[in-house]
Design a protein around this ligand. Structure first.
Ligand code: HQG
Length: 183
């Protein structure tokens, strides 16, 4: 498999495991898992891959987007779902004092007004390092990096989760906890 083929499979997995399993007539269980054999079989009409190729995509994915269960009979996306009612069994965890969010200028008025909202995802996504947040923001244009006083939020009772691939998640960030000085 070359990089291009790996990317096609990875994008397809994101679509199926986060957003639209019905596209290939699959349903995720309540914790977001699907049976690997069934996935490979049902994906076949759209994107063809073997178990070995799937293992390769999971292992090399730049953001560790997917995980197998222990015996590799099931697979799920680690975060990023737009599907509702998927319980990824996150545990409320104390975050670093500061987390970062990369965005772009056109959203700033709304963010000032309503804070960070989860929009179409299940959570607001935050990064522990600036570099990652710059990459996330750059997907949409010239990045603006906001720092979030996550430690203060946690002390006030807001919940934080760290996904299997190290993305910090929370329900919403009120603007009082956002440091706007970096824009
Ligand atoms: C913005 C990718 C208006 C927010 C990335 C962002 C990340 C608001 C956009 C992961 C807003 C939502 C997540 C408000 C936030 N009003 N706009 N109140 N609050 N926004 O893609 O954080 O490749 O859902 O700033 O690398 O950009 O999918 O979130 O620009 O890790 O694995 O609304 O997605 O990873 O966009 O990215 P997204 P995100 P994957």
């Amino acid at each position: 498999m070359n990089e291009k083929e790996i990317k096609i499979i990875s994008k397809f997995l994101s679509l199926i495991l986060r957003h639209n399993p019905e596209k290939i007539n699959l349903t995720l269980d309540e914790n977001g898992w699907v049976d690997v054999e069934e996935l490979i079989k049902k994906a076949n009409k759209k994107v063809r891959f073997s178990m070995e190729e799937l293992e390769h995509v999971v292992a090399t994915n730049n953001k560790k987007r997917f995980s197998f269960n222990d015996d590799k009979t099931k697979i799920r996306a680690n975060q990023g779902h737009s599907l509702k009612n998927i319980n990824l069994e996150f545990e409320n965890t104390s975050p670093p004092d500061f987390l970062y969010h990369g965005t772009v200028a056109k959203f700033m008025d709304a963010i000032r007004e309503t804070g960070l909202q989860k929009m179409s995802r299940q959570h607001v996504h935050l990064s522990k390092d600036l570099e990652t947040s710059i990459k996330v923001g750059s997907r949409r244009g010239k990045p603006i990096i906001l720092s979030v006083r996550a430690g203060d939020m946690y002390k006030k009772g807001y919940e934080f989760y760290c996904s299997a691939n190290g993305v910090w998640l929370t329900d919403a960030v009120p603007s009082e906890f956002i440091d706007f000085k970096n824009e």
